[in-house]
Design a protein around this ligand. Structure first.
Ligand SMILES: Cc1ncc(COP(=O)(O)O)c(C=O)c1O
Length: 390
């Protein structure tokens, strides 16, 4: 079929016209339980009444003015993020990729200002994903992302997964930072063990280099803490976020310690849309809801229920999948069958899931998912598995 859309996506034959809570609905009325959440974006589900109300009222007041002027909604969201995190300062973007671009620029400028312009190399980890821009694919470094797009932006050293000594051995006079996802999303829901993140923080402190965390997918309550690194009780110097922060509105940010952001003075970076009143009004409401400890406790409670149910399924279906992994409501099923076949089997059962690297199927329900919906998802997963166990 010819199409007017650049054919860069392999889309499923599903077309949704509306959504409510954890459900997406086709024109035919067919309902799908959404455990993809637009790839960890719809953190509060679809048509959340408070988000609908805030976007309506802000839309009637002001959408966009540009960063030529003061933006009170942006200030309020930045204040809230700073109050609830390690960060002292925030720059708003419109996506995770843009956050990656700024994290790289901020790092390079930090060392330039300190008098070390040759310190520009950033160590990244095999299987990571940091976006599709020139810096993003160079940081991601997989053949799939980079083939045909060379020459790549220089300054990235990609290290094998789970090899702390390889990281240590790669640090040279040129090393500026280590960039890592606390839980690899696209790479197949691979959590970095808490002691490893602590070890990386220690290495960065000892060597005097920056630690950049990419919490684009695992941030904003997804793991049961506001930010995933909180589980290891360490703090990054710079953090990229996006996805869940806007609950579906395109919004991202770079959050940083003042010390790491020293180079980013007036005129060094900018964005036409980043931090617009509409996006920030929505982001502020999302933050209000997600940063509430009761909300996060509830995420952990639901995650436990889901995880226990999945372990039961694993016991019964050892030929279909071999491991349940992840944290909070960022869960991966490591498959024995082809992961994309399993995603299709879920579609056939009106359940949306997402394939990832390492032959994993991602389960990323809205953080507002109910216990009953988790039970329904478990039933649908079990039914999808029967296709393979015959
Ligand atoms: C960890 C991580 N970083 C960066 C990105 C890029 O974000 P975006 O697609 O919003 O540009 C993604 C997107 O999946 C991601 O998962």
């Amino acid at each position: 079929m010819t199409t007017s859309i650049l054919p860069t996506y392999a889309r499923a034959d599903l077309e949704f016209v509306s959504g409510k809570g954890s459900w997406l609905i086709e024109a035919s009325g067919s309902q799908f339980l959404d455990f993809a959440s637009g790839i960890a974006v719809n953190s509060l589900g679809h048509s959340h009444p408070e988000l609908v109300s805030v976007i309506k009222s802000q839309a009637e007041k002001l959408w966009h003015v540009s960063n030529l002027y003061q933006i009170p909604e942006q200030r309020a969201l930045a204040d809230k993020l700073v109050k609830n995190s390690f960060a002292d300062t925030v720059f708003f973007t419109n996506s995770g990729t843009e956050s990656c671009e700024l994290a790289v620029k901020m790092t390079r400028k930090y060392w330039f200002e300190k008098g070390y312009p040759n310190k520009f190399e950033i160590i990244t980890i095999e299987g990571s994903f940091h976006g599709r821009s020139s810096a993003g694919i160079a940081a991601t470094a997989s053949e799939k992302m980079t083939k045909g797009f060379g020459p790549l932006l220089p300054g990235f050293i990609n290290i094998p997964w789970n090899d702390h000594s390889a990281i240590e051995n790669s640090i040279t006079d040129k090393t500026a930072a280590i960039l890592i996802e606390p839980i690899q999303g696209e790479g197949g829901i691979r959590p970095i063990p808490e002691q490893c993140l602590q070890g990386l923080r220690k290495t960065c402190d000892e060597k005097g280099i920056l630690l950049i965390l990419d919490e684009v997918q695992c941030g904003f309550g997804r793991t049961g803490k506001l930010f995933a690194h909180e589980w290891s009780e360490i703090e990054p110097d710079i953090m990229m976020v996006a996805k869940g922060i806007g609950g579906g509105f395109p919004l991202g940010a770079v959050m940083a310690k003042e010390t790491a952001a020293i180079g980013m003075t007036a005129g060094t970076h900018g964005s036409t849309y980043g931090g617009n009143p509409l996006g920030c009004a929505v982001g502020l409401k999302v933050m209000d809801i997600i940063s509430n400890p009761n909300f996060l406790n509830d995420v952990n409670h639901k995650a436990k229920r889901f995880y226990n149910g999945l372990q039961e399924l694993l016991k019964k279906n050892t030929s279909v999948f071999e491991e349940v992994r992840g944290k909070g409501l960022m869960i991966g099923l490591k498959c024995k069958v082809q992961n994309t076949d399993f995603v299709n089997a879920c579609y056939a059962n009106n359940l949306l899931t997402v394939p990832a690297g390492d032959n994993v199927v991602r389960l990323l329900p809205p953080l507002t998912v109910s216990d009953t919906e988790i039970d329904v998802a478990l039933e649908k997963l079990e039914s999808a598995m029967t296709i393979f166990s015959k």
